[in-house]
Design a protein around this ligand. Structure first.
Ligand SMILES: Nc1ncnc2c1ncn2[C@@H]1O[C@H](COP(=O)(O)OP(=O)(O)OP(=O)(O)O)[C@@H](O)[C@H]1O
Ligand SMILES: [Mg+2]
Length: 248
C-alpha cells in the first residue's frame, strides 16, 4: 500500500553551513537505500542544487510557480544518482511572499501519493524569513544543520524555537556538520539540546554528525556527487548513517 511521501526540510538559520551539499548527499544516500526521492530546491535567494551537481535543467521551480509548466515536466532525474530534482530559481525571493497558496500547492504535488516518492527533501535558504519558516512548518521532519561556530548555534536555536512555535508537536532534529570528530559533534549537539530543554522544554533528537572532510570541497568543485566520487571518505559514511537513521 502506498503512503504519502515524507517531507524532510533542511534548515540552519546561518548560511554556508553545508545545507545544500548535505541535502544533495542525503538524497543520494536515501536513494541508495531504495527510497524514491525528490530533491526540491527551496532556496529562493540563491538556489544552487543544479550548480553543485553540474546540471542545466530546462525548467525550474519558477516555471512551475508561474503556472506554465507541470511539476512532472520540470523535474529532472540525476543521470547517475537516480533521484529526481526540482531546480530552484535564484533571486525568486518574491515568489514565496507573493504566491503562498501556489507554493503550497506545488509542494502538495509531489506529496500526492501518485507522484511515487517516498521522501521529498527540501533545501531551504539561510535565514528565518517568512518563506523559510513556512516551508519548515510544512515539513514532517525538520533537520536543523549546525556547526560548532557559536553564530551557527544561536541561529540553529532560533530556527528550532520558531519551528516549535509553529509546530509544537513537530519533529525537529539536529545534524552537526563540519566537525573534526564525532565527540566534537556530540558536544555541539548537547549544547543545542540543553538550550532547547531549558528554554523551550523539548529535546530535539540527533539526526547525525558529519565530519569536516576535504573530499566534500573536491566533489563540489568537480560538480560530482560525493558518494560517487569518494564513496569511502569519512563524510560519505557519516551521511550514510544519517540516511539509515531516517529510514530505520
Ligand atoms: N562536511 C564538510 N566538510 C568540508 N566542507 C564542507 C562540509 N560540508 C560543507 N562543506 C563546504 O561548505 C561550503 C558551503 O556548502 P553549501 O553551499 O552546501 O552550504 P549552504 O548552507 O547550503 O549555504 P547557503 O546558506 O549559502 O545556501 C561548500 O563549499 C562545501 O565545500
Ligand atoms: Mg544552500
Amino acid at each position: 500500500m502506498r503512503t504519502d511521501p515524507r517531507l524532510i526540510a533542511v534548515a540552519s538559520g546561518k548560511g554556508g553551513v553545508g545545507k545544500t551539499w548535505f541535502a544533495i548527499t542525503l538524497a543520494h544516500a536515501l536513494t541508495r537505500l531504495g527510497r524514491r526521492v525528490l530533491l526540491f530546491d527551496a532556496d529562493f535567494g540563491l538556489a544552487n542544487i543544479d550548480v553543485q551537481l553540474g546540471l542545466m535543467p530546462a525548467h525550474d521551480l519558477g516555471s512551475v510557480l508561474d503556472g506554465g509548466v507541470p511539476l512532472a515536466d520540470a523535474v529532472v532525474r540525476h543521470p547517475d544518482c537516480g533521484f529526481d530534482i526540482l531546480a530552484g530559481r535564484s533571486g525568486s525571493g518574491a515568489l514565496s511572499d507573493l504566491l503562498p497558496d501556489r507554493l503550497e500547492a506545488v509542494l502538495a504535488m509531489p506529496r500526492n501519493g501518485s507522484a511515487g516518492y517516498d521522501d521529498v527533501l527540501l533545501d531551504l535558504g539561510a535565514g528565518i524569513e517568512r518563506g523559510v519558516r513556512r516551508m519548515a512548518g510544512l515539513s514532517d521532519i525538520l533537520l536543523v544543520l549546525a556547526t560548532e561556530d557559536p553564530t551557527s548555534l544561536t541561529d540553529a536555536y532560533a530556527v528550532l524555537k520558531l519551528h516549535r512555535m509553529d509546530r509544537p508537536l513537530g519533529d525537529s532534529r539536529i545534524a552537526v556538520n563540519m566537525v573534526a570528530t564525532h565527540a566534537a559533534g556530540e558536544r555541539t549537539y548537547f549544547t543545542l539540546r540543553r538550550a532547547c530543554s531549558t528554554f523551550l522544554r523539548f529535546e530535539p533528537k540527533l539526526a547525525g554528525i558529519v565530519r569536516r572532510d576535504d573530499k566534500v570541497r573536491d566533489a563540489i568543485r568537480r560538480q560530482s556527487p560525493l558518494l560517487t566520487r569518494h564513496p569511502a571518505c569519512p563524510a560519505a559514511s557519516d551521511i550514510e548513517v544519517v540516511a539509515q537513521g531516517l529510514v530505520g
